[in-house]
Design a protein around this ligand. Structure first.
Ligand code: G4P
Length: 535
């Protein structure tokens, strides 16, 4: 495949994730995007969770029971912006799903290594919420440009200026609205296009099931139709211009400003505008630097990074699926690639696009695309796959764990299976596994960002290995990296225990930060390094 073809494919691709606090409307928006891309002809008859949940990932019983999304999946669709020449090749949009629950932020963090932009979805009435903030920090840390979407504008909420102020003040990101809503929150009539000065009026459809018809009006026509609501929108737009809050592509890519759009995912208002903004402003996939500083361009031979490994989607056979994000070159199903970590070949016979339960075979894919590899027993998050010349990308840093529990098997005769199960959870990055001589192999300590990760482990060990386990929380709340010299002294301290993690790192666990501070003061010679945190 010529590099011109690859360059063309890359240019039309956009790979992004939606980051939001649970309930801000991520699932509804995903569905609205799919509707606009004409992947579905109707948005779930009623915008109800019951009907909609089947379109998002629900592979685990627990996930269904709790109504949260545990796994990450990717949705690909093609889309042509509203005013695009029909002859133009449509854009290819990859939407990578992020788990919504804060306990899975480690997983979310990994997903965010696979995208080029993020849509920060906030609820018009609630503004910034804890999970939005946390996820935003991850984006900032990774230099991912963010488009801000204020959703649920059809319901009473705050004013645009209040929301803009909150975002500027609390996270230092300057919103640059592309449109100003006409009508206050709860009375969403349309959008003032700040670049053209025109008015886009939306019409409701029954149950919000269809794309909302748009009517384009001039400023004069808008003034006549909407009266005070139009005047208020004009004034807001002018004020923003005076404050210098107009879109600036360079500042957006530098993570200083964020184009802002007001939507109602439920009524499909503003959704086309969001897609158009993604196509116009979000950056196309770029090359990456290897672990030793060598740049791989998107048009170079195939390379990809595994960002998520997941098992148990199909209970009939033990299935392990690795998601890779393609960094360079063209991927063709059946290609034999090299796994950089082991140097071994990996056959990609069963490459799939996966979204929720739906899988379809992928024959070719390009940089920015996400491909699921079935039976990927050897692959772990952060691993590199390539076609010569060799390349290895930097590993994905792991989150600093804050929850620690010991895991035991209830029946001694299941020990072998137990050990195998723990190793698998470890390799997939579901939890970190810590061991020391005192506790022995039969009682490893699991370290997690959120306690729900422990429930996933015990549920999966039961379902996939038929082993009953007991998990017991330990009284530790933070970890530091240390070394062999410091370990004996640390082990002598009250409220401290030293472990070796499966990757060889030596970690000291502390009951609380005061304990840590005290020991740091008393023993300044001990090595106690913070673990890499996402934010
Ligand atoms: P999530 O994935 O971010 O958790 O959110 P989800 O899409 O499930 O939406 C959460 C709730 O917010 C749902 O209501 C959904 O219908 C509603 N919602 C989403 N977008 C909009 C919007 O633009 N406007 C309004 N008014 N509501 C919106 P629910 O009560 O939990 O479920 P249901 O009773 O609607 O099924």
């Amino acid at each position: 495949m010529s590099s011109e073809v690859i360059a063309r494919e890359v240019k039309r691709r956009r790979t992004f994730a939606i980051i939001s606090h649970p309930d801000a409307g991520k699932s509804t928006m995903t569905e609205a995007l799919a509707l606009h891309a004409r992947m579905i002809s109707e948005a779930g008859a009623v915008h109800g969770k019951g009907g909609r949940r089947s379109t998002v990932s629900d592979w685990m019983e627990m996930e269904k029971a709790r109504g949260i999304s545990v796994s990450s999946t990717a949705l690909q669709f093609s889309y042509s912006p509203g005013d695009a020449d029909a002859a133009d090749a449509p854009n290819v949009i990859n939407l990578v799903d992020t788990p919504g629950h804060s306990d899975f932020s480690e997983d979310t963090y990994r997903v965010l290594t696979a995208v080029d932009a993020a849509v920060m979805l906030i609820d018009a009435a609630k503004g910034l919420e804890p999970q939005t903030l946390k996820l935003f920090q991850v984006c900032r840390h990774r230099g991912i440009p963010v488009i801000t979407v204020v959703n649920k504008w059809d319901r009473p909420g705050r004013t645009p200026l209040e929301l803009i102020d909150e975002i500027s003040e609390r996270i230092g990101l300057i919103p640059t609205p592309l449109y100003v809503p006409v009508g206050i929150a709860g009375d969403y009539r349309g959008l003032l296009d700040r670049r053209t000065g025109d008015y886009i009026h939306f019409e409701r459809t029954a149950g919000g099931a269809k794309i909302a018809p748009e009517e384009l009006l001039t400023a004069d026509q808008a003034a006549e139709r909407e009266g005070d609501a139009w005047v208020a929108a004009r004034e807001e737009s002018e004020l923003l211009a005076e404050l210098g809050q107009d879109h600036d592509q360079e500042m957006f890519l530098a993570g200083q400003t964020s184009p802002m759009i007001f939507t109602s995912a439920m009524l499909n208002f503003g959704v086309r505008q969001l897609l158009d903004a993604l196509v116009e402003f979000a950056p196309p996939p770029r090359g990456r630097e290897s672990i030793d500083g060598v740049e791989r361009a998107v048009t170079d031979p195939f390379s990809a990074v595994v960002f998520k490994v997941q098992a148990g989607m199909d209970t009939s056979h033990r299935d392990r699926l690795a998601y890779m994000r393609i960094v360079s070159g063209e991927f063709e199903r059946g290609m034999v690639v090299t796994h950089a970590q082991t140097g071994k070949p990996f056959a990609t016979k069963y490459a799939q696009a996966v979204f929720g339960r739906d899988r379809s075979t992928v024959d070719t894919a390009f940089p920015g695309d996400v491909v699921g590899l079935v039976n990927a027993m050897a692959l772990a998050p952060g691993d590199t796959l390539y076609i010569d010349p060799r390349i290895q990308y930097p590993p994905i840093p792991s989150f600093a764990p804050e929850h620690f529990s010991s895991l035991r098997v209830t029946t001694a005769d299941k020990y072998k299976q137990f050990r195998k199960a723990v190793d698998q959870m470890d390799a997939e990055g579901v939890v970190q596994v810590l061991r020391n001589d005192v506790r022995g192999d039969a009682s490893p300590v699991l370290a997690a960002v959120g306690p729900m990760q422990f429930e996933v482990v015990t549920a999966r060990i039961k379902a996939e290995f038929n082993v009953d386990t007991i998990i017991e929380p330990l009284g530790y709340s933070l970890a530091r990296r240390t070394d062999e010299q410091s370990a004996p002294e640390l082990n002598r301290q009250r409220g401290v225990e030293v472990f070796t993690r499966s990757d060889g790192a030596i970690l000291a666990l502390f009951s609380d930060k005061w304990r840590l501070q005290y020991i740091e003061k008393e023993h300044p010679d001990l090595l106690l390094e913070p673990l890499v945190a996402a934010a």
